[in-house]
Design a protein around this ligand. Sequence first.
Ligand SMILES: Nc1ncnc2c1ncn2[C@@H]1O[C@H](COP(=O)(O)OP(=O)(O)OP(=O)(O)O)[C@@H](O)[C@H]1O
Length: 325
Amino acid sequence: MNWEKDMILEVKDLFLYYKTGEGIVQAVDGVSFSLEKGKSMVIVGESGCGKTSLGSAILRLLPKNVELYKGVCRLKGENIMGYNDEKFRREVRWIRAALVPQGAMNALNPVVSIFDQVAEPLFVHELAEDRQEAREKVEETFDLVGIPADFLSRYPFELSGGMKQRVALAMSLITDPDIIIMDEPTSALDMLTQANIMNVLTEIKNRIDISFILITHDVSTSSEIADMAAVMYAGQIVEFTDSQNFFDTPRHPYSKSLMESVPTLKADDDSLGYIPGQPPSLLNPPAGCRFLERCPRSFAACSEEPFVFKPEKNHFVRCWLYEEC
Ligand SMILES: Nc1ncnc2c1ncn2[C@@H]1O[C@H](COP(=O)(O)OP(=O)(O)OP(=O)(O)O)[C@@H](O)[C@H]1O
């Protein structure tokens, strides 16, 4: 993969391992991808495959038990992995790259008004001189995420789940970052509210120059907003391509099974697929292809770790089936 100037984010050979009493958990194991400016990307995969860890690794939000953390992360061409922690905190996290963490809407402070919570990053990072300036910025951001301005003085308990999620989004947008990573932003919401949040994201994408990474295990809700799609399996990205390609013709056997297991309004229940078995433990992942045990198309080569192949332009698949491509 070449470094290119119109990329917002380039991740190369990123590793994040955790130390535990049982051994080393290889949560992010040599992940590489790149995302163009203004584009959005979805990262899908089963629970426990390392999606949250990948987001945390990019934003350097690390727990204490890190065993290995290395790789390259270029934000607008600059390797932010080379920044010391202070520079990273001051210039990158929440300023140029923000996170909407899993369950963010339930983590709002119940005794602090919505205005004070959304405006806080402006004061912490000295981006507003006074409350009036902060208020204007918060109102502008509320307009972007579809929160009525009179919600400024409300408290979280006065808001519906969908509104709380919009507040969490507003908190990540308030500093005008280049990119936002959203971890399961719709998972605790009903279907209608999920669709509303997706519409809000589409609206934001149309109105401002921002890139999104959407982390989810729900393939269906992400198809509308994503320009690019990455599939994670057992700590690795096994497929990465533009979403049209991915949703029309997924290539990796895991991606295919994943797509076949997504319910649609047209399909009857009998045609729904499922993936037998469990992903391997990240404590001691198998030496060959990590999907081998569950793969309907495995063959002799799969006992060796697959390289990433490119069956067509901008389509990367970690699978021996595409070796000849
Ligand atoms: N601090 C930690 N210490 C040890 N293991 C961890 C730690 N954080 C996560 N893990 C493990 O790392 C692996 C990847 O977890 P992660 O939360 O990144 O996956 P995920 O795909 O986001 O899952 P989910 O969809 O359930 O949120 C899992 O096996 C998890 O148990």
